[in-house]
Ligand binder design. Structure first.
Ligand code: HEM
Ligand code: HEM
Length: 172
């Protein structure tokens, strides 16, 4: 079992982290309440689709690489903390991929590619399509998971001082 995350997983973790936080903030504050009649909406949707696709690729590649190369053993601690860390990490994979999948389903249902890469008109609202509800609910769940994950990481690093950040960085 490696003592730290392999470099490719480190790169993909921080890339995905940056893109996921961006997609969550952008989706919530730049898209959800902006009407589809807004002239800037198509460009925002295009960027969001591309970022969402990149996130999906990054998460799937991570799953393949971690299965092949292995990851470090859980940080030592009480059983409930080890179990909670495992559950949150699993949740982050499942819900992030679920976000991309529901976004993809929404794109298919609404004909989004023809709107952002072609000249088809936007629908009155994306709320007309069922996957939009799933996408919105999962966004809230993902926001909570990311919040718990980041607080836990800083607690490990700052209070427990167990070198957890170094495992998710480069070095020997
Ligand atoms: C500032 C933000 C973040 C910090 C400080 C952070 C920190 C960390 C650290 C230190 C680890 C290693 C945990 C361990 O060794 O057991 C980790 C793992 C992980 N992080 Fe983050 N993270 C952040 C954001 C995110 C975001 C936004 C996601 C959403 C996808 C994410 C998903 C994951 C996953 C899935 C793992 C488990 C990796 C695996 O075992 O394959 N992280 N994170
Ligand atoms: C993992 C990646 C993704 C994240 C984190 C994400 C995040 C979000 C968030 C936070 C919202 C606003 C939800 C709300 O407040 O109710 C949203 C809306 C939306 N997302 Fe995503 N998304 C992702 C992937 C995708 C993909 C891949 C597509 C399309 C291919 C997509 C298409 C949309 C659309 C069409 C909306 C609706 C905008 C509106 O209501 O005006 N998303 N997304």
């Amino acid at each position: 079992m490696p003592r730290r995350y392999p470099p490719v997983l480190v790169v993909l973790h921080w890339l995905a982290a940056f893109l996921v936080v961006g997609a969550l903030l952008g989706g919530t504050f730049n898209m959800a309440d902006v009407p589809n009649t807004d002239p800037g909406k198509v460009a925002t949707l295009r960027m969001h689709m591309i970022v969402g696709g990149l996130i999906l690729v990054a998460m799937l590649v991570r799953l393949v690489v971690r299965a092949r190369k292995g990851v470090p053993a859980p940080v030592a601690g009480p059983g409930w903390q080890v179990a909670a860390a495992r559950a949150v990490h699993l949740g982050l994979y499942v819900v992030t991929i679920g976000m991309a999948a529901s976004g993809g389903a929404l794109a298919v249902a609404s004909g989004l590619p023809g709107m952002v890469f072609g000249s088809a008109p936007l629908p009155e609202s994306f709320q007309l399509f069922a996957p939009r509800m799933v996408h919105g609910v999962l966004a809230t769940v993902l926001g909570v998971l990311v919040g718990v994950h980041v607080l836990a990481a800083f607690w490990h690093a700052g209070v427990k001082g167990d070198g957890i950040m170094a495992r998710m960085w480069f070095g020997r």
